[in-house]
Design a binder for this molecule. Structure first.
Ligand SMILES: NC(=O)c1ccc[n+]([C@@H]2O[C@H](COP(=O)([O-])OP(=O)(O)OC[C@H]3O[C@@H](n4cnc5c(N)ncnc54)[C@H](OP(=O)(O)O)[C@@H]3O)[C@@H](O)[C@H]2O)c1
Length: 306
């Protein structure tokens, strides 16, 4: 299967492409963040007028995984029109172009479409209620994808791993600060279901190989608070967990509102894939193994200089 991956320099797109390029024909779409990757790249700003037709003409893929987005929750709050174009309008345009060309379209959405007020675990049948610009535009993106391409797949994700810059993910925040012996805060009243990005990559390829369509929650199978997640990272890496202070998200001073309960059920996904969905604990071991094998440095070597 030839797979075109947008957002190939991003946390998900880069990890997925690096992991999958030896077993799948991966082509990344990048707007000049990357160099020397072991998989081919097409250079494009997806907001350029002819970009969608051009990337599809050049790559002729069987499937497209759309990872590009404005995924910075606070930046979206500050620039809602950019967030709307990138997160809501563009996915619909890509989904439509893929439908016309019979290309499978897998769209990446977010767990944050829920407001977190449910007393329990969210399933795909629960009504979303986004709390901020990022979450609203991502939900609008889901609607625009399904409007134009009913055979598309939407995966609502939450994941951790090593990024190109080394400073992007929550997991890197904990490693970088704890490794430097710095005191940091961790929210003890925000629950989420983090999945190791390598496990997510396996799942997304499985979704394409099984030709699943529709909406799926693709998160880790166990919930944890952000504070406890930091402590688990400290334990895995041998750092001092007492450097993490438990605080409430309401004392954080963050720009965008955060949902406090993002426990999502993965039953629909595990049934469709006929396999268990991993939780964060095995993923943290893999994340640590990558650290021991200098994977973060390897990531950085793909950064375009200048
Ligand atoms: N990280 C998480 O835990 C998380 C949680 C829930 C959902 N998600 C969703 O998962 C997906 C991937 O997230 P991520 O964390 O991997 O995001 P990310 O690291 O911020 O990457 C975003 C990617 O989009 C690309 N991009 C942005 N604007 C573009 C444009 N105009 N043309 C071409 N490419 C453009 C960026 O390229 P440049 O390098 O050129 O900027 C980058 O490769 C997103 O849909 C996000 O909403 C992420």
């Amino acid at each position: 299967m030839k797979i075109l991956v947008t957002g190939a320099s991003g946390l998900l797109g880069l990890n997925l492409s690096l992991q999958m390029h030896q077993t799948h024909n991966i082509i990344g779409v990048d707007r000049a963040s990357l160099a020397n990757t072991p998989f081919p790249l097409i250079n494009a700003d997806l907001l350029d007028a002819d970009a969608i037709q051009r990337i599809l003409d050049e790559s002729q893929p069987d499937a497209l995984i759309h990872c590009a987005a404005n995924a910075n929750v606070d930046a979206c709050e500050l620039d809602p029109s950019n967030a709307a174009i990138l997160n809501a309008v563009l996915p619909g345009q890509l989904a439509s172009a893929c439908s016309e060309r019979d290309i499978r379209f897998l769209h990446i959405s977010t767990d944050a479409v829920f407001d977190g007020t449910k007393d329990g675990i969210y399933t795909e049948d629960d009504a979303p209620n986004p709390l901020g610009v990022y979450a609203q535009t991502k939900l609008d993106g889901e609607y625009s994808v399904l409007d134009t391409n009913p055979n598309a797949t939407i995966a609502r994700v939450n994941f951790f791993g090593w990024s190109l810059a080394g400073t992007q993910s929550l997991s890197e925040f904990f490693v970088n600060n704890l490794g430097a012996g710095k005191q940091i805060n961790g929210f003890d009243d925000v629950y989420f279901c983090p999945l190791f990005v390598g496990d997510l990559a396996d799942i997304l390829i499985g979704v394409l190989e099984k030709s699943l369509s529709g909406l799926y929650h693709a998160v880790g199978s166990r919930a944890i608070t952000k504070y406890e997640f930091g402590r688990e990272i400290a334990k895995t890496f041998g750092f001092d967990a007492s450097l993490i202070q438990p605080i409430s998200v309401s004392d954080s001073g963050l720009t965008a509102k955060r949902s406090q309960n993002l426990r999502l059920a993965v039953h629909k996904l595990s049934t469709a894939l006929e396999r268990d969905i991993p939780d964060f604990s095995t993923g943290l071991q893999k994340f640590y193994t990558q650290y021991q094998q200098a994977y973060p440095q390897k990531m950085r070597s793909y950064q375009q200089v200048g």
